[in-house]
Design a binder for this molecule. Structure first.
Ligand code: G
Ligand code: G
Ligand code: MN
Ligand code: NA
Length: 253
């Protein structure tokens, strides 16, 4: 396809960018960023990852692209550190195809070592569907990385097929409530009971909870009342380029 050709060129000559969306706590203090891929075409138009990630997955490009994102995030963290900024952890989306690679852990180690970073600065986001298959290498890789200090979130929680037994066995520390639940939370006969249930289940399992797609003060207030730990969404900021994200970081004491 045309997009595939654009992506191959972008991997070789540049064109991919990482945008950063802030994750805040109930006091609106910055806790983390989520790294979100963008593809800039030669005429300047931006291609959404909703378009390019599925193509990258079906063509195998997700493997080199995933490595590129990992390295780019590490490079950015190091640059911010060298500029005297106090960095926050960055959450990286990982495809189902990446987490089952035998050398995924090695790729991660290589990126961290190149920029001399600690594993606590990197979180990985996986969807339910990518970690639920049994006997997969996913669990093995996750356990190895978690032992080394990396942490994992389940992205879009509630939209896949969760086995609670499986969830309980995975080294996951955070559930991210899918934004479709947040957006319909305050509607008549809306998704409020679902959101409330996810938050209380997460806490019962000693997991943190992040609400995605928070767009209004009313949603924020209700989520905070229900005990949701962290928040992400257009109410605070859309995903922004690195230079704008840096403005949100404090100088290191
Ligand atoms: O930023 P946007 O809403 O367009 O992102 C759409 C989806 O693409 C996100 O939900 C996210 O899961 C996925 N995505 C964004 N960046 C990456 C990435 O670097 N790797 C993978 N595998 N998926 C990503
Ligand atoms: O799949 P994942 O949840 O990782 O993707 C996050 C995507 O959701 C990003 O592409 C981002 O642009 C989008 N997004 C982030 N915050 C909001 C929001 O408050 N409202 C809506 N509609 N989309 C959002
Ligand atoms: Mn995500
Ligand atoms: Na999500």
């Amino acid at each position: 396809s045309r997009i595939e050709a654009v992506m191959r060129r972008a991997l070789q000559y540049g064109g991919f960018e990482v945008y950063y969306q802030p994750v805040l706590d109930a006091n609106r203090k910055l806790c983390a960023f989520e790294a979100l891929l963008r593809l800039r075409e030669e005429d300047g138009t931006m291609v959404s990852p909703a378009v390019c990630i599925p193509i990258a997955e079906s063509t195998g490009l997700i493997i080199p692209l995933g490595r590129w994102v990992l390295r780019e995030v590490c490079r950015q963290l190091k640059t911010w550190q060298l500029n005297g900024l106090q960095v926050v952890p960055i959450a990286i989306n990982v495809s189902a195809l990446q987490i089952v690679l035998t050398n995924f852990c090695t790729d991660v180690d290589v990126a961290l070592e190149e920029f001399d970073l600690k594993p606590s600065f990197i979180h990985f986001e996986l969807t339910e569907s990518s970690v639920m298959p049994r006997d997969s290498l996913a669990l093995e890789n996750m356990v190895k990385l978690a032992t080394n200090g990396f942490s994992f979130s389940i992205d879009d929680f509630g939209t896949g097929f969760s086995s609670l037994d499986r969830l309980h066995k995975l080294p996951v520390s955070v559930l991210k409530i899918d934004r479709t639940f947040v957006s319909r939370m305050l509607d008549q006969n809306g998704t409020l009971p679902i959101v409330r249930t996810i938050i209380s289940m997460a806490h019962a399992l000693h997991l943190g909870v992040v609400a995605e797609g928070v767009e209004t003060e009313e949603q924020l207030q209700m989520l905070a009342e229900m005990g949701c730990d962290q928040f992400q969404g257009f109410l605070f900021s859309k995903p922004v380029e690195a230079a704008r994200a840096a403005i949100l970081l404090s100088p290191r004491e």
